[in-house]
Design a protein around this ligand. Structure first.
Ligand code: MG
Ligand code: MG
Length: 249
């Protein structure tokens, strides 16, 4: 069931998302070769708590950390740990925040030092996929229009679109209906309506779209071990357009 949000709800969901946007700004400075991913996670958690908010992923379905930190071939759901970033890595960071019972969700892929042009292009195209999806967020369209726009842009660049993991409604809970796949057909799926809040999150692989889950039951990796990128915004569909709630000012 899809829960529509009032203007007041959307304002509350924006507050949570803006804490995430500021957390990204805050950690950008410490992402460099030699840092362990658990240190980044610690900084994220203390920033969120300093805003009188709660890291929504901690404990969600049993996840052990405040953020998901996914390096190179890890698509999503990487568990922060002693893994040390090195020059040329890309690191996807996914953060959920709850404040006043409103949930936000946003992700970005950061480059660690200098990365090679192929990897840089993967990150750029994945972020473009996110904005192609957001452009389709109008109340005359359907979820399939978002999915198709993302898939078209990724595949026209020769990349694989992850099938197993999808975007979702967000706001009253960390994950709500509808599912928002990153592949699909225009005009299909639920109709978009003013008051819907969606987390749109393309996960785009340099090679095959196929993935598998590690023995830790969380870490999702590309089957061919080529890199993967992930960008996510929470957006509200309005009567006359779309508002990106997690936009970084
Ligand atoms: Mg997320
Ligand atoms: Mg999400």
């Amino acid at each position: 069931m899809i829960h529509l949000k009032s203007d007041k709800d959307i304002a509350g969901i924006e507050v949570s998302n803006q804490i995430i946007a500021r957390a990204f700004k805050f950690i950008e400075k410490i992402i460099e070769p030699g840092i362990e991913t658990r240190i980044i996670d610690k900084e994220i958690e203390s920033f969120i708590r300093s805003q009188k908010a709660r890291p929504a992923f901690k404990g969600l379905y049993g996840f052990p950390a405040a953020s998901c930190i996914s390096v190179n071939e890890v698509v999503v759901h990487g568990i922060p740990g002693k893994f040390m970033l090195k020059e040329g890595d890309i690191v996807g960071i996914d953060i959920g925040v709850e404040k006043n019972d409103y949930y936000g969700d946003s992700a970005r892929t950061f480059k660690v030092g200098d990365t090679n042009p192929e990897v840089e292009k993967l990150c750029q195209v994945t972020e473009e996929c996110l904005y192609h999806g957001i452009e389709q967020c109008r109340d005359i369209n359907t979820v399939g229009d978002i999915s198709a726009a993302i898939q078209r842009h990724a595949e026209s660049n020769g990349y694989g679109v992850v099938r197993e993991l999808v975007g979702h409604g967000v706001g009253f809970k960390p994950h709500e209906d509808p599912q928002v796949p990153n592949y699909g057909l225009p005009g299909k799926g639920p109709k978009l309506k003013a008051g819907m809040v969606l987390a749109i999150e393309p996960m785009i692989n340099m090679g095959t779209y196929k993935v598998y889950v590690d023995d830790d039951k969380w870490t999702v990796r590309t089957m061919d071990h080529k890199p993967s990128a992930h960008f996510e915004h929470s957006v509200a569909i309005l009567e006359n357009g779309v508002q990106i709630l997690s936009r970084i000012e």
